[in-house]
Design a protein around this ligand. Structure first.
Ligand SMILES: Cc1cc2nc3c(=O)[nH]c(=O)nc-3n(C[C@H](O)[C@H](O)[C@H](O)COP(=O)(O)OP(=O)(O)OC[C@H]3O[C@@H](n4cnc5c(N)ncnc54)[C@H](O)[C@@H]3O)c2cc1C
Length: 388
């Protein structure tokens, strides 16, 4: 249906093979509170690398796989079939970084990240600045050859695994007073401390602590790009990550439809398979139809980017992909729980885990309402023909 090249199919198959190897570990990891034993995590990381599934988004000249956008989607889609974030070992280092990083920054942070020797986390959101990231209260003040950083960041995903953070703040003083800037902060660093590590709905080994940055001193060489560039990076990151969220939602829905269908065709109720009861059949039919629609949209957006789509058009279309695929996956998970009945409420059941895990896909990287605002704004500015 989607006319994939030989190379696309090979990468998709490698990712599918890897996802199928991860799936048998899900229940054990769920029941262990999400923590993956160190040796197993190392083995999974090595396997992802061996199969060429790491840094697909990074150009070959920086050590990445240099995959097309469509291929990146195909890989992340397969990762989305796995619960408990086990597939996050198919890491996508910051793809926006090569074009703005200095030679020193590439060698110090980017290349080790691509090699798997360093891990990043993003310290951007604050208690009162999430959807409206422009409202950050964190500050960065130039002091001689250094910057001094202050602020409290929320939901810092993978902080417990990270060797450095991207810290975004508002400049205080100087020519760019009030504008945004982003910095590399090595972890641990003096002045950086975890305030607390809240529990979240999903059960994964990556924590999302609240982290305080108190008079953290970093060299001016840690400034990413130029003063005032902070928001530009955030936009580029959002475009990429929204499409990858959409891709993972396709994988989750695919797995749910497959497993719910397998159950419904074998579970006998009232002398006939569940799937023959029309109300259950309708749930399966709606789910697979919405999955196909979402996949068609997401692949089309990826292909358009590979064909050099206009940046603003791509921005709106990535929002459409994320909005539709995340809401589709939420509906599919809800129906899957229903099809499984009481089993679907047990943590050992894939539908139960996805029902909790997929909820955040409608919140992070821009809530559904924010995506709708972006899409409608671009519809007004660019017009229907450009966006479709
Ligand atoms: C598990 C998890 C991991 C995360 N990881 C990271 C991370 O690693 N780094 C990081 O910096 N951040 C991270 N975040 C933060 C995430 O990006 C924000 O939660 C998200 O952008 C929403 O911001 P908020 O929570 O402040 O919600 P708010 O901005 O308070 O919005 C609340 C709700 O209001 C509505 N809303 C908001 N704006 C509008 C609008 N303009 N129009 C209409 N309705 C609106 C939406 O329904 C939204 O859900 C993470 C969050 C979670 C839950």
């Amino acid at each position: 249906m989607h006319r994939l090249s030989e190379e696309d199919l090979a990468l998709q198959q490698a990712a599918r093979t890897f996802a199928d190897e991860l799936i048998p570990h899900e229940v054990e990891i769920e029941l262990a509170g999400g923590e993956v034993p160190h040796a197993l995590a190392e083995q999974q990381r090595a396997r992802a690398r061996e199969l060429g599934l790491v840094a697909t988004n990074i150009a070959r000249e920086y050590g990445g796989a240099g995959a097309t956008t469509l291929q990146q989607v195909l890989v992340q889609e397969q990762g989305g079939r796995v619960t408990n974030a086990l597939a996050w070992v198919m890491a996508t280092p910051p793809g926006w970084l090569p074009s703005v990083a200095t030679a020193y920054q590439r060698q110090r942070w980017l290349e080790p990240t691509v090699r798997g020797d360093a891990t990043e986390c993003y310290a951007i959101t604050e208690e009162y600045a999430g959807s409206d990231v422009a409202d950050l209260a964190a500050t960065a003040r130039r002091d001689g050859d250094d910057y001094v950083l202050d602020g409290e960041k929320w939901h810092v995903t993978s902080y417990n695994e990270a060797t450095y953070a991207f810290f975004q703040a508002r400049l205080q003083g100087g020519e760019h007073d009030g504008e945004h800037a982003m910095f590399f902060v090595d972890l641990p660093s003096p002045g950086v401390r975890v305030v607390r590590t809240p529990a979240y709905s999903h059960t994964i080994g990556h924590h999302h602590p609240i982290v305080a940055f108190e008079s953290v001193r970093v060299p001016a060489a840690n400034l990413v790009g130029a003063e005032g560039d902070g928001m530009t990076f955030a936009h580029e990151w959002f475009r990429f990550e929204r499409l990858m969220v959409a891709a993972r939602c396709l994988g989750a829905a695919d797995r749910l439809v497959e497993e719910a269908t397998a159950f419904a065709t074998t579970r006998m109720v009232g002398g006939q398979p569940l799937a023959d009861h029309q109300l259950v059949a309708a749930m399966l039919a709606d789910s697979v139809t919405e999955l196909v629609a979402a996949r068609t949209l997401v692949y089309a957006v990826a292909r358009a980017i590979d064909d050099g789509a206009d940046r603003k058009v791509a921005h709106a279309q990535c929002s459409m992909a994320k909005l539709y695929a995340s809401e589709m996956a939420g509906r599919v998970a809800d129906r899957a729980v229903q099809v499984f009945g009481g089993r679907g409420y047990m943590r050992e059941n894939v539908a139960e885990r996805f029902y909790r895990e997929l909820r955040v896909e409608r919140i992070w990287e821009g809530a559904s309402e924010v995506q709708r605002v972006i899409i409608a704004r671009q519809l007004g500015k660019l017009g229907l023909r450009e966006l479709t």
